[in-house]
Design a protein around this ligand. Structure first.
Ligand code: TPP
Ligand code: MG
Length: 788
């Protein structure tokens, strides 16, 4: 690894940076331990110590060191920079820095930059009614809570995209680096365009330990670590030591070099037209875990070991020896030299810091709603298919997205991400407007790879998700298109993003950011190629557990409703929108204006498919594109064979409409629900996913006891589309049987029809196993009298 020698800091600068670092460390320790006596102006007593000691010390001194030095770079170079904290459990450090910079008190005036404010700062940390222990949304300057480790680097790259003036400094925990998502995200450097994007400065925080173990990267030797990071395409610089003055000088000199190198790469690409892939610099910071904390506690080494991870003196209230060690530890920072008589940081600590929005804790990019610009959206109605036309819904959407790309090209604020499937998901019209971002080698066989592309494809759902989140959190827009089954890979990341959104909604200073939009296609019912492993509609169930104020799920029944839903989602803010839509050719049921109205309603009666005249005997409901076909085909069969039966057909686009208003803001009022679903008639519901969800959503409704749901029952394989439905009892023949079995009076009257339906299923079974395709009457079915 490269090492930069030399004294970059003058005597005075060294003193200032070191004093700042000591102040930040003091404030970090104070937050973990103290609920009173913040400046040790009285002898430290047990009642000054919090009853429950919660938080993490070990990572804080390294984070504080980096924050201090990066602030110097921001101030010296006028560099636009944000700070992403991988080890987000270092919350005390980032809060301390925001307080020293003044941002904290501007946002939370009660936590003023004086002694009473410091007392509140300390007490509130990890305290009931206070602030969380991590770099949570409450922390100014944060776009990354870092509670669940692994996503810092992909978030950082997402933030840097299309922000050519920005450097995102990203601290990666050496333990965090062992996670799958982090490990794969190093490759993001093959996608970052040095012309149109900003830069990411990864800083591997090699404090050598996690909670209870050494880290892998700390124990493979410098050469292997160098080879690993170089192999990922970086130029690693090593900053190592445990003597503060030496490390300050080394780090400052290294940062000067590294920022020169970043500027050099950008100049070469932007001015000289160099197109070779850049080896971006990164830093490996090897300093002791819990540096400057207690060396030894109860006879065991702590500083520089995993024992420094959380609270080194865990009984400071009850154990006088711990209390006196804590006093010595806090005093070692010489607070009397750092804070004036009012408790404010002395001028030499804060005078040299960046000002206003240059402060990393106040950088507008880290509060994306402050910089967001609405997307320019073409009128989706102009992309609609005719009612009755057979189209591939996602293909149609692709033409709309292509023009979204074009319309927003000047603003550079829209990206599509996906693992490897933009074309497979039939969104390839976007390649008429842009390409896929790619900085690695190309060969003549490649298509649509380019340095400045706006589509981001890497076969890591984690990295795609992290990029998009980073992009959205910094106020831009995007869409993640994915195979439905594999979006589960990012379940946990979605959890974290949903939590972030839930908290930010209640922080007035955090402005709303564009929604996280998923297009899940190649879905469970259309996995002809791939079979069982690719059949899983459970992501919907997963997101339904999140707060109602954050999640939306849409199941557009055709291409035009998909367009309308996409338009809505791209305009929305602060949501997680999940849209499930097929890519196979399918009938367009509604013309585009009807589609827009249907989507506005979220669910509704399709009177053109109903014959109930307001008095249905049975209500057939569909949610999802394939269930819609089956419900319509069922209605058709019932009309042919039981013309007296009054059938109402209902279609659900917005799943949240099913819930009561008390549970979800989209919930349909009970009176309207009862009017549509009746209070006493049988309701047969064909649903795209696992059937139990519909019961969960409707169980408070008057007619719940009459709602019967068909859906995916985990029966699947590589077979025909209709066989999939038969395997799961959601085919039209079975739905007719369900109607006969459920609607009073039909059992005897329709016994022959029932028998015929059973025979049809048997006929289907034999036919597909003989011919390898569905029965002609199924393949060629269309709604009588038009619409397909
Ligand atoms: C995905 C995930 N797994 C486990 C944890 C529990 N955890 C919290 S901190 C930590 C160790 C982190 O070590 P490192 O990244 O080296 O951070 P540092 O040493 O700077 O504290 C672990 C395992 C977590 N937060 N996230
Ligand atoms: Mg570590």
């Amino acid at each position: 690894m490269l090492v930069v020698e030399g004294a970059a800091l003058s005597e005075g600068e060294l003193e200032c940076v070191d004093a700042y670092w000591r102040a930040a460390n003091y404030l970090s320790v104070g937050q973990i331990y103290l609920m009173d006596n913040p400046l040790l102006r009285e002898p430290l007593r047990p009642e000054h110590i919090k009853a429950r000691l919660l938080g993490h010390w070990g990572t804080d001194p390294g984070l504080n060191l980096l924050y201090a030095h990066l602030s110097r770079v921001v101030a010296a170079r006028g560099q636009d920079m944000i700070f992403v904290t991988g080890p987000g459990h270092g919350g005390p450090a980032l809060v301390a820095n925001a307080w020293l910079e003044g941002t904290y008190s501007e946002i939370y005036p009660r936590v003023s930059r004086d002694e009473p404010g410091m007392a509140r700062l300390f007490k509130q940390f990890s305290f009931p009614g206070g602030v969380p222990s991590h770099v949570a949304p409450q922390t100014p300057g944060s776009i990354h809570e870092g509670g669940e480790l692994g996503y810092s680097l992909s978030h950082a790259y997402g933030a840097a995209l299309d922000n050519p003036g920005l450097v995102v400094a990203c601290v990666v925990g050496d333990g965090e680096a062992e996670t799958g998502p982090l490990a794969t995200s190093w490759h993001s450097n093959k996608f970052l365009d040095p012309v149109g994007d900003g830069a990411v400065l990864p800083i591997l925080h090699l404090n050598e330990y996690k909670i209870g173990n050494p880290t892998v990267l700390a124990r493979i030797g410098d050469d292997e670590l160098d080879a690993l990071l170089t192999g990922y395409g970086y130029r690693p610089y090593l900053v190592a030591g445990d003597e503060p003055a030496t490390v300050h000088q080394l780090l400052a000199a290294t940062l000067d070099r590294v920022f020169d190198e970043i500027a050099g790469i950008q100049r070469a690409a932007r001015v000289d037209g160099v197109t070779d892939r850049a080896a971006w610099p990164m830093i490996v910071l090897r300093t002791p875990k819990g540096w400057t904390g207690p060396r030894e506690v109860d006879g065991k080494p702590v500083e520089g070991t995993w024992r420094a991870h959380q609270v080194p003196l865990d009984n400071a209230r009850g154990n006088p020896a711990h209390l006196s060690m804590l006093r010595d530890w806090l005093s070692s920072y010489r607070p009397e030299e750092l804070f004036d008589e009012h408790g404010a940081p002395i001028p030499s600590i804060v005078d040299w810091l960046p000002r206003d929005q240059a402060r990393m804790s106040d950088n507008p990019h880290a509060n994306g709603g402050r910089v967001v610009r609405d997307l320019e959206l073409p009128d989706f109605r102009e992309y609609g298919a005719k009612a009755g036309e057979r189209v591939e819904p996602t293909k149609l959407l692709g033409t709309f997205l292509r023009d979204v790309v074009v319309a927003n090209q000047p603003h550079r604020n829209f990206r599509l991400v996906g693992p490897d499937e933009t074309a497979s998901n039939r969104l390839d019209a976007v390649y008429q407007a842009t390409d896929k971002a790619w900085q690695a080698d190309t060969t003549p066989v490649d298509e649509h790879l380019a340095r400045h592309g706006r589509v981001m494809e890497m076969l890591s759902e984690h990295t795609c998700q992290g990029w998009l989140e980073g992009y959205l959190l910094t106020g831009r827009h995007g869409l993640f298109a994915c195979y439905e089954a594999f979006i589960h890979i990012v379940d946990s990341m979605v959890n974290q993003h949903a939590k972030w959104l839930k908290v930010t909604r209640h922080l007035v200073w955090r402005k709303a950011i564009p929604s996280l939009n998923y297009l899940l296609t190649s879905h469970v019912w259309q996995q002809d190629h791939n079979g069982f492993s690719h059949q899983d509609p459970g992501f919907i169930d997963h997101v339904m557990n999140k707060k109602a104020e954050v999640v939306r799920v849409y199941l557009p029944p055709d291409a035009n409703t998909l367009l309308s839903v996409a338009d809505h989602c791209l305009r929305s803010r602060n949501y997680i929108n999940v849209v499930v839509a097929g890519k196979q050719p399918a009938t367009t049921w509604l013309d585009v204006r009807e589609a827009a109205r249907h989507c506005d309603r979220g669910l509704g009666i399709w009177d053109w498919a109903s014959n109930d005249d307001g008095e249905p005997d049975v209500v057939l409901v569909a949610a999802g594109d394939v269930p819609t076909i089956e419900v319509l085909a069922t209605a058709d069969l019932l009309r042919q064979h039981l013309p007296d039966l009054k059938v109402r057909v209902v279609n659900v686009v917005d799943l949240m409409r099913l819930q009561p208003t008390s549970e979800h803001p989209h919930g349909l009022p009970d009176a309207e629900f009862d009017a549509i679903f009746t209070t006493d008639k049988q309701v047969l519901f064909a649903y795209h996913g696992y059937p139990w969800l519909i019961h969960r959503l409707t169980y408070r409704r008057t007619n719940h006891h009459n709602i019967h749901v068909r859906g995916y029952k985990e029966e699947g394989t590589t077979t025909t589309p209709f066989d999939m439905l038969v395997l799961n009892d959601m085919d039209r023949f079975h739905l007719v049987i369900d109607v006969i079995d459920r609607v009073p009076g039909l059992a005897r009257r329709a016994a022959v029809l029932r028998q015929r339906m059973v025979d049809k299923r048997a006929e289907h079974h034999d036919y597909v196993r003989c011919h390898g395709e569905d029965l002609p009457e199924v393949r060629n079915w269309s709604w009588p009298g038009g619409r397909g």
